[in-house]
Design a protein. Structure first.
Length: 456
């Protein structure tokens, strides 16, 4: 084996030496071949350059000397450039046109207007909306509980808006202000449906996070609304979040630009868009926004009679109707429902309609959570007292300025929880002083408190 390996190594060594010797002997021949190949490539490249130059030169010479060809070439290049830019612009316009009619703007959170994309994404929800829009209520305030004076004013607005759409007139812009949960959004939806218009709900707080894109988003909303044949009621909740005074140092440049874009799109009256703003602090609006508002409506907290109607409404919706269906695990004890609603209306002074609706949901949840699924009168009162305590705690968290501005007229009506109803008159001073942290003397109240006028 060792001898065989040695013979292999010797053979390899001999082969390598022979190859090296041949390369040394053929070195001059190899270099000459490389030189000849490089010379041939150089000649070929030079001939190609000369040929191309002569062709281009002769073509340019013929083009310059022949004006017909020159004009034809210039016209062709111009048409080519025009076609490119036209195609680019047409694509952008077509995309915006399709988006305005098929899609929904980013800022729109909810709308009754039909959208093909939304129909594909949510077919069941789209069908239910179509059925709701088809069954238009005869009364714009159906299911809305408000003070008599406010109800009368809103009914007049609903009739005027409906007739404006029928006669293709110009819509009036509205401002609805007041504490949260008093029915501003609900009435806007009812108003749009009653008038035969589409509605679109926006939130002012969604504008600021968009930064530089807010201006384009606002223009898209108005472009989208202008394509509606029925007209659009544009409801902006918490409008003071981006329509605040431009003189304020807290407003950013992007928000200022968004406000200017909004002012530009609302500078004239429109026969397609009805603008409805909702705010808890309307004093923060820019003066130019106030100039664009035709009507201001204050939505106050419900009075005693309105609270009683609301409690009856929600007690029937969340308790009596599920109990009468028999398909759910909910039973109600025998007691005087009317007397209970009157009693709870006195206890819930200062609470909004949304808070009262949550009270109805709490009654239903308590019945489902009980062992036998039964709701008793004492359970209703106990849950109501807990809700009132929670409401008072929320009022304590408010600043003194907020209490004085929005809640002070109604804090005088709060009954005490730890004292009987006949001692209510003696406890008003303590409630108000605790809420405002300032000494104040309240007027004497009767056993059934009289609510302040919602509108003067």
């Amino acid at each position: 084996m060792e001898l065989r390996e040695k013979n292999k190594l010797k053979a390899i060594e001999a082969e390598a030496r022979a190859k090296a010797k041949a390369d040394r002997e053929n070195r001059d021949i190899t270099l000459e071949q490389i030189r000849l190949k490089a010379a041939e490539n150089r000649v070929t490249i030079l001939e190609s350059i000369k040929t191309a130059g002569s062709v281009v030169g002769s073509g340019l010479n013929a083009l310059v000397t022949d004006w017909d060809k020159t004009l034809a070439a210039a016209g062709g290049l111009s048409l080519l450039a025009l076609g490119i830019y036209t195609a680019k612009g047409a694509t952008s316009v077509t995309a915006r046109f399709i988006e305005a009619r098929i899609g929904k703007p980013t800022l729109v959170n909810e709308t009754s207007r039909f959208s093909l994309l939304e129909a594909v994404k949510h077919p069941i929800l789209t069908i239910s909306k179509a059925i709701t829009n088809f069954r238009k209520p005869s009364d714009a305030l159906a299911g809305v509980v408000l003070a008599p004076n406010l109800e009368r004013r809103l009914r007049d607005i609903a009739i005027a808006t409906k007739n404006t759409r029928i006669n293709k007139g110009f819509y009036r812009n509205l401002l609805m202000y007041g504490p949260p949960g008093t029915g501003k959004t609900l009435f806007s939806k009812k108003l749009a449906t009653h008038s035969g218009m589409d509605y679109a709900i926006l939130t002012g707080g969604d504008v600021a996070p968009m930064g530089k894109d807010a201006v384009a988003a606002i223009h898209k909303v108005f472009d989208w609304a202008n394509t509606s044949r029925k007209g659009v009621l544009l409801f902006i909740d918490e409008a003071d979040a981006f329509l605040r005074k431009r003189s304020s140092e807290r407003i950013s440049e992007d928000l200022r630009a968004a406000l200017n874009a909004f002012l530009y799109r609302t500078s004239d009256q429109s026969n397609r868009i009805m603008l409805v703003l909702a705010s808890n602090t309307p004093q923060q609006f820019d003066s130019a926004i106030n100039d664009r508002l035709d009507k201001m409506i204050e939505f106050g907290l419900p009075g005693y009679e309105e609270r009683e109607r609301l409690i009856r409404l929600y007690f029937d919706k969340f308790v009596l109707q599920p109990a009468s269906e028999g398909k759910r695990r909910l039973n109600v004890d025998q007691f005087d429902y009317g007397a209970l609603c009157s009693n709870l209306a006195t206890r819930t002074a200062g609470m909004s309609g949304r808070a009262l609706s949550k009270l109805g949901v709490a009654w239903q949840a308590a019945a489902y959570a009980s062992d036998d699924g039964r709701l008793t009168e004492q359970m209703c009162i106990s849950i109501c007292d807990d809700a009132v305590k929670d409401h008072r705690q929320k009022m304590e968290w408010l600043s003194n300025e907020e209490k004085t501005r929005s809640m002070m007229p109604y804090l005088l009506d709060l009954p005490p929880l730890d004292k009987p109803e006949n001692d209510f008159n003696n406890s008003n001073d303590e409630v108000v002083q605790e809420a405002t942290k300032t000494p104040m003397k309240a007027k004497k109240q009767k056993s059934v408190p009289k609510e302040p006028e919602t509108e003067k």
